[in-house]
Design a binder for this molecule. Structure first.
Ligand code: FAD
Length: 320
């Protein structure tokens, strides 16, 4: 058994910010991460650019300098890695937390490698592991992906990009610019209103000029090795297709939270917590980062949740 004051689950930007706050307060803590450091950011598209400017992604006012105002994925990976190494934060990688059980003195936290005793636990587990599936026949074919990393492999191919939010639009434009024949399949009537203001006109103009084909109010009904079946109202039709990039969003592992006894509120299944202290109804169990929004995964992001660690540590210190 390994004892600690605070065990933080997840080494994304917000888990790291919790570790910085804990270290600053002199708490004994450890971070346990199932993948690599900033695992979610690592899996973002290779050439993605953040919508936030770099100072808004800084943790504990540690300067984040980027070439352009809005940093790239690789600059963000470098920044968070340097924060962890320069501050010698206690982060254990490639170890998944599989069970958390409340005990008389706090929590027992299990991973396949070890068991830990922690007085308090922070769940900073993000939302990027579970894609929102299309739930159609053929979705498990190799030609379908829910994670877009780069456009080059799609060059000279017929690609259907599903979705109308930032990730879908970035993927559609990138594939088009690498010579793919892109069809955008959009469930609603238009390109999402939250698409970055400098990107929205680009996609609207590419559709208007016919460079990118778009089907609105349309859904994929089935995926076959060389075609897809589409449906709109009472109409269905087949189109040639080589690849499907389904940018339909992701959801947090809410079952994990429910198993812990955290109530999930309303249709967005928002995990109940006090927004000042970040504590759930389970004493000593806290939430931080994007997971706080439940299914509303755009509610919290790095910029507006990087203070969660400070709030949590303040509450732990007050209640010692
Ligand atoms: C394409 C894209 C662009 C974005 N641009 C911006 C932007 O410009 N500005 C901004 O503020 N936000 C942006 N965001 C959102 C931002 O990336 C997320 O809000 C942020 O990653 C949330 O940080 P987090 O630490 O809460 O979660 P995550 O970064 O998702 O980290 C959670 C971590 O927990 C780990 N984990 C999960 N379950 C377990 C387990 N059981 N045991 C151990 N570890 C576990 C995961 O592997 C992961 O590393 C963007 C998101 C996307 C997808």
């Amino acid at each position: 058994m390994k004892d600690t004051d605070l065990l933080i689950v997840g080494a994304g930007p917000i888990g790291i910010s919790c570790a910085l706050a804990a270290q600053k307060a002199g708490l004994d803590y450890r971070v346990i991460e199932k993948g690599c450091l900033t695992n979610s950011l690592f899996r973002y598209p290779l050439e993605m650019q953040f919508f936030s400017s770099s100072e808004k992604l800084e943790l504990e006012q540690i300067p984040f300098v980027s070439t352009a105002a809005k940093p790239s994925r690789s600059e963000a990976l470098e920044y968070y890695r340097r924060v962890v190494s320069a501050h010698q934060l206690k982060v254990q990688l490639y170890e998944q937390v599989t069970r958390i059980t409340p005990t008389d003195s706090g929590f027992e936290v299990c991973t396949p490698l070890d068991t830990y005793q922690a007085k308090s636990v922070v769940l900073a587990t993000g939302f990027f592991d579970l894609p929102e599936n299309l739930d159609v026949p053929g979705e498990t074919l190799d030609k379908v992906t829910h994670y877009f990393d780069q456009a080059h492999p799609y060059s000279m191919q017929k690609v259907a990009v599903v979705g109308a939010s930032n990730s879908a639009i970035d993927a559609a434009l990138a594939c088009y610019r690498k010579g793919a024949e892109v069809t955008l399949v959009v469930r609603g009537p238009e390109i999402g209103q939250r698409v970055k203001y400098w990107v929205r006109p680009d996609i609207i103009n590419r559709i208007a000029e016919g460079s990118i084909k778009a089907h609105f109010n349309t859904q994929i009904k089935a995926i076959y090795p060389k075609t897809i079946e589409l449906t709109r109202a009472d109409q269905t039709w087949i189109e040639d297709n080589d690849y499907v990039i389904a940018m339909t969003g992701y959801r947090p592992d809410l079952d994990f939270l429910a198993r812990l006894g955290i109530p999930l509120e309303g249709p967005m299944k928002k995990p109940v917590h006090d927004s000042n202290t970040m504590m759930t109804p389970i004493k000593g169990l806290y939430l931080a980062g994007v997971i706080c929004g439940g299914l509303e995964t755009h509610r919290w992001f790095i910029e507006n949740s990087r203070a969660h660690g400070t709030q949590i540590v303040a509450h732990i210190l007050e209640n010692r």
